[in-house]
Every structure is written in C-alpha cells, then in structure tokens.
Ligand binder design. Structure first.
Ligand code: 6GU
Length: 246
C-alpha cells in the first residue's frame, strides 16, 4: 500500500513512523510511506504557505495554491479513484470500519491541515473525503494522520503476525476485548483467572467473550446497541443489569 502525506511539518512523522509495526511494514515493502513538505510547492521567495482570513477573525489560513499543487503532483502517477483525504475536525469520525474501508485501497493521499484551517477551495477542487479522529481539536492534522496510518496498516495482510488477526481486536465485532495476562501466575496477591491456566479452549473463548461483554457494558454501553449478540450474551447482559440494581 502506498500512502502520500502532505504536511507543513514532515519532521513530526519521524519517530512514530520509524518504530515497531510501522517500521516492519515499511521494511517488508508492505507500506510505501511518502512524506511531502507542502512548503516545497510554494512559489514565492519567502515560501509562504499561509495568509490572513477573508472576512477577518483570528489566526492564519493555509493557502490553496501550494496544497493543490502538492496534491496534483502526488496524483500524477495515481489511479483515478485514489482517495484524497483531508484531516479535519469537521470530517466524518474515524472508526474500525473506516480503517478497514481505507485498507482496501492500494493508495491513499492524506492532507494535513494546520493553523485555523485551509482555504476551502482545496476541499472543493481536490479532496474526496474528510476525516476527524474525535470530538476535540488538535493544532494540526499530523497526529490524526499518524493515528489513521497506524490503524489502517494493521489491516494490510502480512503486517500483523499470522497468529494475530485484526478481526479479533476490540471493536472488530462491536464489543471490547477482555483482560489479558502473562506470567507469573500470582503477582502481589492477584491470581491469573483459573480458566486461563487450565487450557480448555472452549471455556477460555466463552470466558473472554463474557469479560469483553462486561467491559463493554461498563465502559461503552453505547456499543451494545449495534453489537450482534447471541441469546446467551443477551442473558449475560441481563445479569450485569441485575447486579447493578441489587
Ligand atoms: Cl483530523 N484535525 C484536527 N486539527 N483536529 C482534530 C482532528 C483532525 N480530529 C480530531 N481533532
């Protein structure tokens, strides 16, 4: 998969994009990540990338010309349907489902906005999708782009080890994952649940589902409205509800 990132701050990507899973994905040629400095597409001698807003108000607005030139440059050898995604708090909210949707593309272009915003003609002319990572405001789209790259790259076949499937993660089926343990069996008086130590895989699976359901009930009850639950799981939820009123 190829991902082009357009940003005024390419150095922000050093670190997150050169460690751990993302580095392995790049090393194994599963991810071709290309960073582009929008300032390289300015044409004046001061390399001006922002200007004051029409209509007044505070802050600076990213100029349209350098961003549109940068997008056109990376699209020169791209397939016609390549998504060009603007990172903005005004976008649709990112999720597991959108991560999988984006991972199905061979090529993505991510445009990082900065300052108070970006000249809207960029959106009108070259943007095909707008994504936010949540209901809060960041100083720029760079951190959001890194979040999206991380979440998308996990869905590329071969990036996670064979034993790990992104489809078993929290959110894959609408409920959260349960707790995990490793050795030692007892730590500061806290014991690893017996069922995990006994190795009956049917029982372990059932226990994990039950724990995940409990966490979802406690921390994210909103997810349960959309989760696909078996009759047994609905019964468990009713028991959690009973525990609350007792
Ligand atoms: Cl994508 N950009 C900015 N600036 N703030 C955000 C965001 C994006 N998503 C949530 N907050």
């Amino acid at each position: 998969m190829r991902i082009d990132v357009l940003t005024l701050f390419p150095a922000m990507f050093q670190g997150p994009m050169t460690e751990s899973m993302l580095w392995k994905a790049r090393d194994r040629k599963l991810l071709d990540l290309r960073l582009h400095d929008i300032r390289d597409f300015t044409t004046d001698k001061h390399r001006t990338a922002d200007d004051i807003p029409y209509g007044g108000g505070g802050g600076m607005i990213m100029k349209a010309e350098p961003v549109v030139s940068a997008v056109e440059s990376v699209l020169a050898d791209a397939a016609p349907a390549t998504p060009v995604i603007l990172m903005t708090p005004q976008g649709r909210v990112f999720s597991h489902r959108i991560a999988k949707e984006l991972a199905a593309h061979e090529h993505l272009v991510l445009v990082c906005g900065r300052y108070e915003g970006i000249d809207d003609r960029v959106r009108q002319l070259v943007i095909t999708d707008e994504i936010s990572i949540g209901d809060y405001v960041l100083t720029g789209g760079e951190l959001a782009a890194m979040v999206i790259i991380d979440a998308v790259v996990r869905h590329i076949p071969g990036v996670l080890g064979a034993f790990w499937a992104a489809d078993e993660d929290s959110h894959a089926d609408g409920i959260l994952e349960g707790p995990h343990y490793t050795r030692p069996p007892v730590f500061r008086g806290l014991e690893v649940p017996t069922v995990l130590q006994q190795g009956d895989h049917g029982k372990i699976q059932q226990w994990r589902r039950e724990q995940g359901l409990r966490r979802t009930w406690e921390n994210r009850p909103d997810l349960l409205l959309r989760a696909k639950l078996t009759e047994d799981e609905k019964y468990l939820l009713a028991r959690f509800a009973d525990e609350m009123v007792k």
